[in-house]
Every structure is written in structure tokens, then in C-alpha cells.
Design a protein. Structure first.
Length: 180
């Protein structure tokens, strides 16, 4: 798998799933003396997840990170709390759970990853996406590589590309005001 034609597969995408560190962040993590971890997210990525949510796409976060702050961050982007998988060590299992709960075939999901734990999901999903600065093994199998690095609106760029391809990249201001 991997290296499928983006234009051919973009029309089938019904859901998006994302790793966090290195995709929705630049991979940097700050820690205070109590061991609390802090991440920086790009607001453009958050807006793209809101747009996907409003357009009816299911959205998942599948991360090895364990901080509840991750769940809270993405709930503000329209991601359902049960679709935020924290502490994921076998991401393919969480991916299958997400697909099952939403009645999705794996090939209807774009998964965005950047490192070795993401590879099994990227090989099974409909479109494996990666930021420009993903590790070599991921870049080698990715169907789509964003020109942007992780944490710098690479998710926005890919989500927008899929939604534009499907004619769904339109902001409904009233729905946005009501939902967010």
C-alpha cells in the first residue's frame, strides 16, 4: 500500500484521524518541574478540524500522549471526547475501534501520522498523510505529503484539500456560531 493517487482516493474520504505530536504540534514538548507537559497547536489546524466536524466528517485523535489537555483541546475543535484516544500504544486497534463505532471502512479514512507507530494505520487507511518533516519510513509510504511541517498547519492544508475536492470547504457562519 502507500503512494496511491490522491485525486483518486480523496473522493472516498468520510473521516479524518490524526496523531498529535509531530503532526498537530511541531513535536516540541515543554515540561514543568511537576512533570506537567505543554504543547503548542496551530489554530489553523484547529479551524480545519472544526470545518470537517461541521461538514459531517468523523474526526479522531489517536496519540501516545496521555494528557487530558489533549482531549480538552480537540473537543473545542468539534472532536467527540470518545474519539480522542490517549495513551495509544497499538494505534491500529484504536483506529479499528473508531471505524467500527462510526460505521466506516478503513479506506474511507485519511490518517495523518509522522513516525513509526503510525505506519500500520497509514498502510490500512484510505489515505495515509504525513507532514513534510515526517521520518523517512513514513514519507516513503505516505499517499500524501503536505508541503508543511508538523504543527505548522499541515493538517489544515490536507483537510482543506480533501474537502475542496469534495466541494465541502464552505463556512456556514450560523452553524459555526451555534456549534462553536
Amino acid at each position: 500500500m502507500g503512494k496511491r493517487n490522491f485525486e483518486e482516493i480523496a473522493g472516498k474520504i468520510k473521516a479524518f484521524a490524526f496523531d498529535v505530536d509531530g503532526v498537530l504540534t511541531d513535536g516540541g514538548i515543554l515540561a514543568n518541574l511537576d512533570g506537567e507537559l505543554f504543547r503548542t497547536f496551530d489554530s489553523k489546524d484547529g479551524f480545519a478540524l472544526r470545518m470537517a466536524s461541521m461538514a459531517g466528517y468523523a474526526v479522531a485523535i489517536i496519540t501516545g500522549g496521555r494528557s487530558e489537555s489533549i482531549r480538552k483541546r480537540f473537543m473545542t475543535c468539534g472532536v467527540k471526547p470518545e474519539d480522542v484516544y490517549l495513551g495509544s500504544r497499538a494505534k491500529i486497534e484504536d483506529f479499528h475501534d473508531f471505524c467500527k463505532r462510526h460505521g466506516l471502512a478503513p479506506d474511507e479514512v485519511m490518517y495523518f501520522g509522522d513516525d513509526l507507530p503510525d505506519i500500520p494505520v497509514m498502510l490500512e487507511c484510505g489515505c495515509g498523510a504525513a507532514p513534510a518533516d515526517a521520518v523517512a519510513e513514513v514519507l516513503e509510504i505516505a499517499d500524501y505529503v503536505s508541503p508543511r511541517p508538523g504543527g505548522k498547519a499541515c493538517a489544515r492544508e490536507a483537510v482543506e484539500k480533501v474537502m475542496r475536492h469534495q466541494g465541502k470547504w464552505q463556512l456556514d457562519v450560523e452553524l459555526y456560531k451555534a456549534k462553536f
